[in-house]
Design a protein around this ligand. Sequence first.
Ligand SMILES: Nc1ncnc2c1ncn2[C@@H]1O[C@H](COP(=O)(O)OP(=O)(O)O)[C@@H](O)[C@H]1O
Ligand SMILES: [Mg+2]
Length: 338
Amino acid sequence: MLNDSVIAWLKITLGVKSIELTPINGGANNLGIKVTSGNQSWFLKSFNTQSPNVKYKQQNEFLFSQEVYRNCLTATPKPIAINLEENVSLFAYIEGKKIENACNNAVQQAILFFQNINQREPSAHLNIASESPSTLAEFSHIITNRLKRLETVTIKSEQLNVDYHKALTLIRLRQEKLTSNLAQHWQKEQQRSVLSPSDFGFHNAIEASSGIYFIDFEYAGLDTPWKVFADFFSQPAVPVDLTFALEFLKLEQFRLLKENPEDTLKVFELTQLKWCLIMLNEFLPEVQARRAHSWNISCLNERQQKLQIAQLTQLKQCYDYFESIPNKISGLDKLLRD
Ligand SMILES: Nc1ncnc2c1ncn2[C@@H]1O[C@H](COP(=O)(O)OP(=O)(O)O)[C@@H](O)[C@H]1O
Ligand SMILES: [Mg+2]
């Protein structure tokens, strides 16, 4: 699971003679390992070196964790040490469980977390969050870029190919309709005025007896309030009901969104389209390669079959999500008007 050099580094860093390692399931991409010595435990995140910009993501996560930990000790695991050579980071171990439902109490804690990390002016030394749009128009450019990449994919199965390209067309047409007549101010620079964990949601949280801890800051950084809001309510992993949207919009950081409901609706719908496309990442050759690598299946046919099942599942999710968009838009529209 880990090479000798990582094990030696762990023992020196922790000041212990022996350690026990237990893999943890639940990560989207990387390997999580519980490190135990005597009655003490730590969490080791071993980064997938096949994923792009892995060093940057590892460093960014550690930097952001340190900043968050300094500002609100109880909302994120303490970052302990980073080893860039071996692609591993060490954190305090949080005993807790997964969050399956975004209930009222959980959402209140997420709001509190956001408020806490944004109590002060964000430190300028932090990075810009991944895919952070600098104008409202960029919410659409992100879709254009993702579509461009996804359109080059070749799919062997004829039926899958047809259904896949049909989905891309539906998304493109909707994007064109939404952006056919953009107001001038959509080209105006937006301030990255808030700190955002980026991949913010209850799929990246641990419910401990003392409260919820937020984790996984690879993409975190300075961001616009537009993106924070739209992503938080678009995340498909543990969906958050839109009835909580007003509680976010009450915060000073989201004043612009409250004052410009038409822009908010459009940004939200574009973000929902982006999430449809994220679901189709499963079709990208580099993602397929990473999957095949992590499954470690030597039989070519079996591997091919498993990949296709994963793709079918993602395509179905994409269609279901796409169909659910109009309801969400009218729900948010109503909330913003009330
Ligand atoms: N400090 C921690 N203590 C205990 N478990 C953790 C800790 N950090 C992460 N985990 C567990 O490991 C999983 C993967 O961590 P995460 O940072 O989300 O990785 P990934 O980038 O692969 O999604 C989490 O879902 C959680 O179950
Ligand atoms: Mg995660």
